[in-house]
Design a binder for this molecule. Structure first.
Ligand SMILES: [Zn+2]
Length: 479
């Protein structure tokens, strides 16, 4: 049984041949022994002709049967009409409840093209992930919980990174830019540093010409360049396709970050390093960071991949801004974290008494801040390092339950705090006497967070302005 689309093409091909021979519907009908009206239904794709009738039509119009049965529209006009029929017959259009345009001879090609343009855009928008902030938060939480179930560990990517490093001749110590370049070359890519990357992109890969464009090597904090290059390569190594939805996008981003972390802090070497430090009861994020030449944040996150899987130590990782709002989080030690109705922790403000916030008050910020915090879920030991960027202050915290503090440097700290959050009287509500004094006498003006109002950009890749990226590639591909 032919589909309606094939019937539509067939009808167009029959009409095309009939017109070429200068025959009316009734004239051709007479030649093949059917009524003109029946032939009309066939030409409009509404009836499926018997093969014997098709053969007769082919003979009467000096055509080959195979020519009539070709899946190609006979000309541009027919192609437009077929595409329009298809668009108007589709679910997306029909659910709008708008009556379809009736195609007649008098309808100009330009009009059909305009209508088709609208249909194509409608379809593109439907496909593009229009991720609302709430959907984004849910997807983020789902992914974090899924990773929690597997100790935040991805064995396949660990092994892939070790294999690539070995092939590039890396045998230990900090990964150099040179080795990263060799890894890229082995994948058929050249690393190119440019100063005009699109604002929305961290890197752009030109698959056609085998180039990975990165920001200039001289930017401050350029050590992140190795990570960016590795992440760009990871898309290729992991066989990523353009993400189908926001959850897919997040999954890919997690995987490329994971790959970069594995390449910068390979599992075998890292576990050996951490094993020794644990034996010496001298585990410290800062030592791990310095041994592999990575950022404090990267080292802390990497510990979440390895400490539970290899040493059975549950832990938490927090990156918070100066106001205590969480921008990056992982926990499998049940630390009581603030969360919204969707279960998302990102963007929520952690307890004022957590190490992640009290560290901002430290005078000497070059060393880690250590602290024990009693919470309703038990006592935790945390180490926090603060820093600042152009966006303001931030802190990175890695913490463990009380019993596991014994493996870490800083366990002897005398700093202690008590957190009763989520009980609001802990730190979210003013003390009664202070409230009594100020109620009705204060009028602050809120600082509006831009992210509350900015929807995630849509397009092929969430957060990326396609046109900017293509314009960038146009500029560079020729050179
Ligand atoms: Zn609190």
């Amino acid at each position: 049984m032919a589909t309606s689309i094939e019937l539509s093409t067939l009808g167009h091909r029959i009409r095309h041949r009939r017109s070429e021979k200068g025959l009316t519907l009734d004239e051709l009908g007479a030649l093949v022994g059917v009524a003109g009206s029946h032939l009309s239904l066939i030409e409009n794709g509404k009836r499926e002709p018997k093969l014997s009738l098709l053969q007769q039509i082919a003979d009467a119009t000096d055509s080959q049967l195979s020519d009539l049965l070709s899946s190609e529209p006979p000309n541009r006009r027919a192609a437009l009409e077929i595409e329009l029929e298809r668009a108007q017959g589709g679910h997306l259009f029909r659910q709008l409840g708008i009556p379809p345009v009736k195609v007649s001879k008098g309808l100009p090609d330009e009009t059909i093209e305009t209508i088709l343009g609208l249909h194509r855009e409608l379809q593109r928008r439907e496909r593009a992930t229009i991720a609302t902030p709430e959907e984004a938060r849910r997807a983020n939480t789902d992914l974090r919980l899924r990773m929690r179930d597997q100790d935040n560990y991805l064995g396949d990517i660990e092994r892939l990174a070790e294999k690539q490093l070995k092939a590039a001749g890396h045998h230990g110590g900090a990964l150099t830019h040179r080795t990263v370049s060799i890894m890229a070359e082995q994948l058929g890519f050249e690393l190119i540093y440019v100063s005009d990357l699109p604002h929305s992109a961290r890197s752009v890969t030109d698959l056609e010409n085998g180039r990975i464009y990165l920001p200039p090597a001289s930017i401050p904090g350029g050590h992140g360049l190795r990570s960016m290059a590795l992440q760009a390569m990871a898309h290729r190594l992991l066989g990523h396709k353009p993400p189908t939805d926001y959850a897919d996008f997040l999954q890919q981003r997690l995987e490329i970050n994971y790959y970069a972390a594995c390449a910068l802090m390979p599992e075998t070497q890292s576990v050996a390093f951490l094993q020794q430090a644990k034996k010496d009861r001298n585990l410290a994020v800062e030592d791990f960071r310095d041994a592999f030449g990575v950022t404090h944040e990267a080292a802390g996150m990497r510990m979440t991949n390895l400490l539970t899987r290899h040493f059975e130590i549950p832990l938490h990782f927090l990156r918070v801004d100066g106001a205590g709002a969480v921008s990056r989080v992982y926990e499998n030690d049940d630390l009581p974290l603030p969360m919204d109705v969707t279960g998302a922790v990102e963007g929520q403000v952690v307890c004022r008494w957590f190490s992640a916030r009290s560290a901002f008050a430290e005078q000497n910020r070059t060393v880690e801040h250590y602290q024990y915090t009693d919470t309703p879920a038990g006592t935790y030991w945390c180490s926090t390092q603060t820093g600042s960027t152009s966006d303001g202050e931030f802190s990175i915290t890695v913490g463990v339950p009380f019993d596991d503090a014994r493996w870490f440097r800083g366990r002897e700290t005398q700093k202690r705090a008590v957190s009763r959050c989520p009980d609001e009287s802990c730190c979210r509500r003013p003390a009664d006497e202070v409230a009594a004094r100020w109620v009705g006498k204060a009028w602050p003006s809120a600082r509006v967070h831009m992210q509350m109002f900015s929807p995630l950009p849509t397009g092929l890749f969430p957060g990326i302005d396609d046109s900017e990226v293509y314009a960038f590639l146009e500029r560079h591909a020729g050179g």
